[in-house]
Design a protein around this ligand. Structure first.
Ligand code: SF4
Length: 344
């Protein structure tokens, strides 16, 4: 790789280019960074409709490498009390909204990827939003347009993943499922409570888990690849903190249901508690005692407590014949050579 452009990047951004051939690196640099000599150094990434997956991630530490993300919407109507997007999206509390000019920018980015020869990688839809949130998608149908445009540009990407709490929208129009099948897309359905009552308190704007399960069953029956995203795992057994999620009330019945579907596999991860901005104060206060470690913009559980939560899900899943992956390991495998050099 030419040192010329590497020297114009921050050390953090340089890590993005590890493992790319010189031609791939030049294509990615041309796509993600401003060109010409007038830009201020170090160079900052351009805003793109098809953007780098998790641009804030320090790729020197977590070998995420090159992965893409795209969403026609920003923020989210589902209003989950535990949402991480609350901490870094200024207007999260106002609910979801379309990104102005998204489809035009999306088409332009596809053309740029073609023209530059950007290497094929996984495309994730979406983080910190939900491409299938009902109010927005029923009014704008931008996710449907996005899926159909991707079908026409299938060769640009290695694989496709959708993360949603509202798979039911996919049955509004048969074109959704047709596009997902053409893309061989993986639909990760996010469900962390089995019963509808707890979800009604902590995921107020999202469809109840019973609806998500019913839609997942229809998707699997239609041949779509369905994954259970049992995420996040809440702390359990901590003095002074309620067990909002339990093994017998949530985790075991969810995994039993997933095994009968069957889902392709299960993704899980322990919860972090965002520290700043848009907090749901009573939720935060009730659980803060379980998160003694402060790092970055989050409070975290003790490593042993986190490991125990994941081990419980693995043990139940494995007895049911389910593969259980930690969410970080799951996204790392999308990147050739992806690795993690320290504990998450
Ligand atoms: S569905 Fe996801 S993005 Fe939307 S509020 Fe819940 S956690 Fe946040």
């Amino acid at each position: 790789m030419s040192r010329e452009f590497v020297d114009r990047l921050t050390p953090r951004d340089r890590a993005l280019f590890e493992g790319l051939s010189p031609a791939e690196a030049l294509a990615v640099f041309g796509y993600l960074f401003p060109q010409g000599t007038g830009a201020r150094l170090p160079l900052r990434m351009r805003s793109r409709a098809i953007a780098l997956y998790d641009p804030l991630c320090d790729r020197r530490r977590y070998g995420l490498g090159l992965l893409w993300q795209a969403s026609p919407y920003t923020c989210c109507d589902h209003g989950c009390a535990y949402c991480y997007g609350r901490s870094y999206l200024l207007r999260f509390g106002g609910g979801g909204r379309p990104k102005p000019g998204f489809l035009r920018a999306f088409s332009r980015d596809l053309e740029d990827m073609h023209r530059l020869g950007v290497p094929r990688r996984h495309l994730s839809m979406a983080n910190s939003s939900d491409v299938l949130q009902a109010r927005l998608e029923r009014e704008h149908r931008l996710a449907l347009a996005l899926f159909e445009e991707l079908v026409s540009n299938r060769a640009l990407f290695g694989s496709f993943g959708i993360l949603t709490k509202n798979p039911g929208v996919l049955f509004d129009d048969e074109r959704y499922v047709a596009a997902l099948l053409a893309l061989d897309a993986e639909v990760q359905v996010s469900i962390c409570f089995f019963g509808d009552e707890t979800a009604a308190r902590l995921e107020r704007g999202a469809p109840p888990p019973s609806e998500r399960r019913a839609a997942s069953e229809r998707l699997a029956a239609a041949g779509v690849r369905v994954v259970l995203r049992l995420d996040p795992l809440f702390p359990r057994g901590v003095d002074g903190c309620p067990d909002v999620q339990t093994i017998d009330g949530d985790l075991r019945p969810l995994l039993q249901w997933a095994a009968t579907l069957p889902v392709e596999y299960v993704i899980t991860s322990p919860m972090k508690l965002p520290i700043r901005r848009n907090r749901v104060e009573d939720f935060h206060r009730s659980l803060v005692g379980a998160f003694p470690i402060v790092r970055g913009f989050y409070r975290r559980m003790e490593p042993d407590a986190r490991d125990r939560l994941v081990a419980d899900v693995r043990a139940i899943g494995s007895a049911l014949g389910l593969r259980v992956e930690h969410c970080l390991a799951s996204i790392l495998k999308r990147h050739p050579g992806g690795s993690v050099s320290s504990r998450h």
